[in-house]
Design a protein around this ligand. Structure first.
Ligand SMILES: [Zn+2]
Length: 178
């Protein structure tokens, strides 16, 4: 047999904290109304009739603002988590040589090599070797972060990887950015 819905449910009002059926005697029945309509519509059937379009709007407004504030409180948490990996936490520099190709004035191409020093390579030596190997100009310069790098004239980006790994076997990680 199907259970009969219980005629009386003791529900405490989300607004005033009184048992819902006492709300009308409570401190602010007007405030309770939206909650009552939403949660115990059977208890005050008159409220539903009373609730015209305007009141319905109020209720949905309230519900909306509730969910918005709920989302708002969880948002910073998300950002925090996202910020952690890329944040300004000082972490150990990744041991990696970065080779980047830049074109200047559309014709002039420069291949920059960053990070060789992380593998114990002396940059001035490396610069000389690169210039000689590729018969081009190569120089140690300071990049935008004041870190030294090697600028090699010309597009040698493909051959340079082999040259680096042959010349400096300690270099185990090379990142190509082009
Ligand atoms: Zn109430």
């Amino acid at each position: 047999m199907a259970e009969k819905p219980q005629p009386v449910r003791v529900l405490y009002c989300g607004e005033c904290g009184l048992p819902a059926e006492y709300c009308e005697f409570g401190p602010d029945f007007e405030k309770c109304k939206p909650w009552l309509i939403q949660n115990v519509p059977d208890l005050y059937p008159d409220l539903l009739k009373e609730a015209d379009v305007k009141d319905a709007d109020k209720v949905s407004d309230q519900l909306q603002s509730t969910s918005i504030s709920g989302a708002g409180s969880s948002k910073p948490k998300e950002e925090e988590v996202k910020r952690l990996p890329g944040g300004k936490i000082k972490k150990k520099e990744k041991q990696e040589v970065i080779i980047e190709k830049m074109t200047r004035n559309k014709r002039k191409c420069i291949t920059t090599v960053k990070g060789l020093e992380l593998f114990g390579v002396k940059l001035s030596d490396a610069s000389k070797k690169l210039g000689k190997k590729f018969a081009t100009g190569a120089s140690v310069t300071k990049g935008p972060t004041e870190k030294e790098q090697i600028d090699v004239q010309g597009d040698i980006s493909y051959d340079i990887v082999e040259f680096i790994t042959d010349t400096w076997p300690d270099v185990i990680s090379i990142l190509l950015l082009f």
